[in-house]
Design a protein around this ligand. Structure first.
Ligand code: NAD
Length: 441
């Protein structure tokens, strides 16, 4: 099977590499020349565990190649995957301009009948639009079928998820299209759910909206726990043991970020709005998340009301561990506010610092290690729960004159921080300093 993938971001590249790994002939097309040159040399433009190794292997075995030229990539393709971005418009709706361009690129460059598979997250009805655009520009006599095949990978474990996902959703209109896409995916050995195109498109938005709801829900519970003196870690463990609830996405913190949940929740509110349905619950989820992303600043200001000129160390910048993706990361909002209040911000992230430098305020300094960031700082803020941060030797905090740690990811136990003499504020748990007071009464 000759497969072409349009767009080699987190989804397109992982899709192309995984499909080549299971034996298909894959050519990936991207308009970004720098990216394509890197990939042709076997260098992954993104950080994703295991991706570079699989990429190099399949390039050497001549199943995987890259190009910037649509004609070269699409001419011989039997199946074409669209994996271009669908970012947020100003009003929250999905920007479909990249999708429309990809559809035109397909129509102008295919050499025969094709099946077009949409991996990008697109509003309900978009596959109809893609078909219409292609048919309008397609050479006479050629046939096109469209299939919705939403992607459920998680950044940071994308390769693992491609081979061990819970389900593959295929939305199609004809038995032929179902059969071809099923055959392509068969070697993955993942359960396949077949449905109509519109439902497949909705499954993706509904899944992300539900997971975002779980996160905002547990974050609100954590805020109430703090006010009542309960401990969110115990509460979410106790809740998660109920199989109807489940323990995943039930970890309190500073909210969700990344390239999917923020835009997909807002897009679904818009999609509902377009048919005059007000999605009140999801609006609440989005608002809670916005507040939660800034919650550490309030905690910091409670401890240090004036941070002007104070050295504040920020550990973790990526929106979650094991990725270099900075899109919609809480670190953007938090560091901006620290700079606004006049703080001297020194940041460290194991992988995302290069990306961060082009996105965050230029006044931020960057450290080469956790130790260097912490040394001499007045407060430490933890924004991402990288293993390197969770496993740090707690003695490192003695490099601060008065150790103060504000942790947005609950990386440490209260006892451990108390034993190391750190004033420790986290999410939904009593402060470690207060524990000391409580036990000394
Ligand atoms: P991305 O922005 O990282 O990558 C998109 C790529 O497409 C870019 O490299 C861009 O240069 C390229 N491109 C744009 N127009 C093109 C064209 N006409 N021809 C060739 N290349 C073109 O995007 P992403 O994060 O991989 O997301 C892609 C889609 O998948 C989005 O709809 C997203 O919502 C969805 N999705 C993303 C994730 C994730 O974790 N990132 C997970 C599931 C679904």
């Amino acid at each position: 099977m000759n497969i072409a993938v349009i767009g080699t971001g987190y989804v397109g590249l992982v899709t192309g590499v995984s499909l080549s790994e299971i034996g298909h002939q894959v050519i990936c097309i991207d308009v970004d020349q720098d990216k394509v040159e890197k990939m042709q040399q076997g260098i992954s433009p993104i950080y994703e565990p295991g991706l570079s190794e699989l990429m190099t292997k399949n390039i050497h075995e001549q199943r995987l190649s890259f190009t910037t030229v649509h004609r070269e990539g699409l001419q011989r393709a039997d199946v074409i995957y669209i994996a271009v971005g669908t970012p947020e418009n100003k009003d929250g709706s999905a920007d479909l301009s990249y999708i429309a361009q990809a559809a035109k690129d397909i129509a102008k460059n295919v050499g025969g009948n094709v099946i077009v598979v949409t991996k990008s997250t697109v509003p309900v009805g978009t596959n109809d639009l893609i078909k219409e655009i292609i048919q309008t520009h397609l050479k006479q006599g050629l046939q096109v079928e469209v299939v919705s095949n939403p992607e459920f990978l998680k950044e940071g474990s994308a390769i693992h998820d491609s081979f061990h996902g819970d389900r593959i959703v295929i939305g199609a209109e004809s038995e032929h299209a179902f059969r071809v896409i099923e055959q392509i995916n068969e070697p993955f050995g993942i359960p396949i759910f077949k449905t109509d195109i519109k439902s497949a498109e909705m499954i993706k938005y509904a899944s992300n909206a539900f997971l975002a709801t779980k996160i905002s829900f547990i974050n609100e519970i954590s805020n109430i726990c703090e006010l009542l003196g309960a401990n969110i870690e115990n509460v979410s463990t106790g809740m998660g043991l109920d199989q109807r609830i489940g323990s995943q996405f039930l970890k309190a913190g500073i909210g969700y970020g990344g390239s999917c949940f923020p835009k997909d929740t807002k897009a679904l509110i818009q999609i509902a709005g377009n048919v005059e349905y007000e999605f009140e619950l999801l609006k609440g989820v989005v608002n809670v998340n916005k507040k939660q992303q800034g919650i550490l600043i309030g905690k910091l200001n409670n401890c240090l009301p004036d941070i002007s000129g104070k050295k504040i160390a920020v550990l973790g910048l990526a929106f979650k561990p094991n990725t270099d993706d900075m899109r919609e990361s809480a670190s953007i909002l938090v560091t901006e506010e620290l700079i606004k209040q006049g703080a001297d911000v020194i940041a460290y992230d194991p992988i995302a610092m290069n990306n961060a430098k082009s996105i965050l305020n230029p006044l931020i300094r960057y450290a080469d290690s956790i130790d260097q960031a912490i040394e001499g700082s007045d407060a430490v803020l933890i924004l991402t729960d990288w293993d390197e941060i969770k496993n740090v030797d707690l003695a490192v905090f003695s490099k601060m004159a008065k150790p103060l740690v504000i942790d947005g990811r609950n990386c440490f136990t209260l006892e451990a921080m108390e034993n190391n003499g750190v004033e420790y504020h986290s999410i939904g748990r009593p402060a470690a300093a207060k524990l000391i007071e409580a036990t000394s009464i």
